[in-house]
Design a protein around this ligand. Structure first.
Ligand code: COA
Length: 156
């Protein structure tokens, strides 16, 4: 069972991007680089960080075009996992996207990422497609599973 989250959420500031890139590098075999975080920020993508004290322990980046929001990247530092922080971050994004008029929150996740797929399923996302060979993998390519959360009017 998830223990109560010890983290506070706040909107991402540009000064958080290096800490987010460092976390991402720790968590992913093919991480977004610091440059990709900067480019995403320059493209207007925003989101939320989870903090404990002064430390950024998690992040979620989202983009929105008309009534479609997309979760672009999500991570929680390994020593802070299984405390409900990712759930808190995704819920915040979903609520905010809904308030901004999004009807759906979309994402792509590696087929082999059981932890993330389980998180999203438990939050009400459904699997709506497959992109074959979408991601680089240690050996060859890995499929992406497309997942969709239908957002209720006025927030979930
Ligand atoms: C996926 C990730 C963001 C989950 O973060 P987290 O803060 O540990 O997740 P939460 O504590 O909010 O977990 C909520 C639910 O997700 C599922 N879940 C989370 N981690 C899991 C794991 N390792 N194995 C199985 N289920 C898991 C569980 O259903 C969990 O609920 P429970 O603890 O009550 O069983 C984190 O493992 C991570 O950063 N992984 C590496 C980066 C990544 O995969 N990002 C997503 C890319 S699409």
């Amino acid at each position: 069972m998830t223990t109560p989250s010890p983290a506070l959420l706040r909107p991402i500031l540009e000064t958080d991007l290096p800490a987010m890139a460092a976390l991402e590098a720790e968590l992913q075999s093919f991480p977004w680089t610091a440059m990709q975080f900067l480019q995403s920020w320059a493209d207007g993508h925003r989101g939320w960080v989870a903090t404990i004290g002064d430390e950024v322990v998690g992040f979620a980046v989202v983009s929105q075009v008309l009534d479609e929001a997309s979760l672009l990247t999500l991570g929680v530092g390994s020593r802070w996992q299984r405390r409900g922080i990712a759930r808190q971050l995704v819920q915040q994004l979903a609520d905010e996207a809904s308030e901004r008029g999004a009807a759906v929150l979309l994402l792509e996740v590696r087929k082999g990422n059981a932890a993330a797929r389980s998180l999203y399923r438990r939050m009400g996302f459904v699997e709506t497609g497959l992109r074959r060979g979408y991601y680089r993998a240690e050996e060859g390519r890995e499929d992406a599973v497309l997942m969709t959360l239908t957002l209720d009017e006025g927030g979930r």
